[in-house]
Write a protein that binds this ligand. Structure first.
Ligand code: ADP
Ligand code: F6P
Length: 476
């Protein structure tokens, strides 16, 4: 039976007692140069966090394969049972690029770029959410836990509850949840809240986001606040709380301990000309990540003579992302222009003050980059969590290195020993970069030990365990 036919039956119930529903599967379909098809890891923090959890868990992951009109039979990959939901080219344009990433993404990230509102995008969002809900209804066993992920699928909790009232439904938002003044702009604000309120538990990265959700729920729906973390709607209690996401620390530490990773890190430093300071940014190429602000700060430090290309190199890795969305195309052009400008202005024969890599790397290569870098520069203008900051800390088994971290990333709540910065304040950002570059080794070690303790004590298994326990009414 294909997923399409599975999804057309809405009540049967399948064999999985734990079901994750996310826009993307943890692997994307790729076509190799020899014409054969294969799979590669999907981009983003959601997959980095959830894949290790699901690998250790019996259960199914429902999602899209990343290209149009593909619906392979349910399959097993990388230790997980995967069920594909098919999207047409038009649905990708309207539901994913449109409503998810040009309507919802901006207001959920402080309207860094303006949001676009189109009714046909909304119609596609409703239709595609229902398809995901139907797939979950089909796969989940009686009384199963269904854990719906992220802003692309906010209607699924209520749609699924209507199909399968026996299920325990959790929802986790990986990105920020906006304050009421911004959420109010959405023409479909009431329907989105009703969709989310179909869950028993709605999880957020930060306390403030859970507070925003509870306030907005009582504003636009009949939900009534009954405690600091709960509302009641239609006689059901819905809990909202913060569960800051984390990573598989063991995976990163194992890679960082590997001699070949360490040798690769040493080779990278040599290839960069063995400068005294290597600074590293690793981001999806997204306007929320503050890459432009960071480049401006770097360019001014070079112009002021506070750094020279001989003693300091900035490596900016930018994973291609949402390349058909206008704001992302414009950002790429701007960044590439600015990188060219900085290298043209300040480089010499044999030195480039900034290395820009528009590419995706495998985990060992990424961990080698973390080991090669003295300073991780993580300065988003707004970010739900930012796992890169935590990955850098997890990789530094030598307790060296420092992190310049935006206070507008969720990670700032946990990594309080980073050099915290407001990325809009270019002078503050320049000062933070210099402070991190010149931090004495003993101070680096003190801070890194403390950040590593935090990350090791609260890894992704604990994050998932606490969420699921709370969903089973065993909140601590
Ligand atoms: P987001 O979810 O917004 O992309 P996060 O920082 O939370 O941001 O997660 C990004 C994830 O993607 C991290 O696990 C990071 O290691 C990974 N990643 C980022 N850039 C690359 C890249 N160029 N190659 C491979 N993985 C990357
Ligand atoms: O949490 C942020 C997020 O949007 C995830 O939902 C998503 O998987 C990831 O970033 C990457 O984005 P995309 O799936 O649009 O490539």
């Amino acid at each position: 039976m294909t997923l399409h036919s599975m999804a057309s039956s809405e009540s049967a119930g399948g064999g999985s007692s734990v079901v994750v529903v996310a826009n993307r599967l943890p692997v994307d379909r790729v076509r190799h140069s020899d014409g054969t098809d294969g799979w590669k890891r999907s981009p983003g923090g959601l997959v980095s966090a959830l894949a290790p959890v699901m690998r250790k868990q019996d259960g199914s992951w429902i999602g899209w394969v990343g290209s149009p009109d593909e619906a392979p039979e349910p399959f097993h990959s990388d230790g997980m049972d995967l069920v594909a939901v098919s999207l047409s080219a038009e649905e990708i344009e309207h539901y994913y690029e449109g409503f998810s990433n040009a309507t919802l993404w901006p207001p959920y990230h402080d309207v860094i770029v303006p949001a676009e509102f189109h009714r046909e995008w909304w119609d596609a969002y409703v239709r595609v959410n229902r398809r995901f809900a139907a797939a979950a209804a089909e796969v989940a066993s009686e009384g199963a836990i269904v854990w719906v992920q992220d802003y692309q699928l906010q209607l699924v909790p209520m749609q699924l509850r209507e199909m399968r009232p026996d299920l325990k439904i959790g929802f986790f938002l990986h990105i920020p949840f906006p304050p009421g003044e911004l959420f109010a702009q959405l023409p479909w604000r009431r329907q989105i809240m009703q969709g989310l309120l179909g869950a028993d538990l709605v999880g957020f990265q930060r306390e403030g986001a859970a507070g925003n959700f509870l306030d907005i729920a009582t504003r636009y729906t009949p939900a009534r606040r009954v405690s600091s973390s709960q509302v009641v709607i239609d006689g059901r209690r819905v809990t909202a709380a913060a569960f800051p996401i984390s990573l598989d620390v063991d995976e990163v530490e194992t890679l960082a301990s590997d001699e070949s990773t360490q040798a690769r890190a040493a080779a990278m430093r040599e290839e960069l000309g063995s400068p005294q300071h290597v600074l590293l940014g690793v981001d999806r190429l997204d306007y929320t990540k503050g890459i432009r602000h960071r480049l401006k700060a770097w360019s001014e430090l070079l112009a002021d003579g506070d750094v020279t290309p001989q003693d300091a190199v900035f490596v900016q890795v930018a994973t291609p992302s949402r390349e058909r969305v206008d704001a992302y195309q414009a950002l790429r052009d701007e960044i590439e222009l600015e990188v060219g400008h900085i290298n043209g202005e300040h480089g010499t024969i044999g030195t480039s003050p900034i290395h820009y890599l528009h590419s995706t790397y495998d985990r060992p290569e990424l961990v080698a980059m973390f080991l090669a870098a003295d300073v991780a520069v993580v300065t988003p203008l707004r970010d739900g969590m930012n796992l890169v900051a935590k990955e850098y800390v997890a990789a530094r088994i030598d307790n060296r290195g420092s992190v310049v971290l935006s206070e507008f990333a969720g990670a700032a709540d946990q990594l309080t020993d980073a050099v915290l910065v407001n990325p809009h304040d270019i002078d503050g950002l320049k000062a933070a970069l210099l402070e991190a570059m010149h931090m004495p080794e003993r101070e680096q070690e003190r801070r890194m030990r403390s950040m590593r303790n935090q990350v090791k004590n609260y890894d992704v298994a604990r994050w998932a365990g606490e969420f699921i326990a709370c969903l089973r009414d065993e909140c601590q």
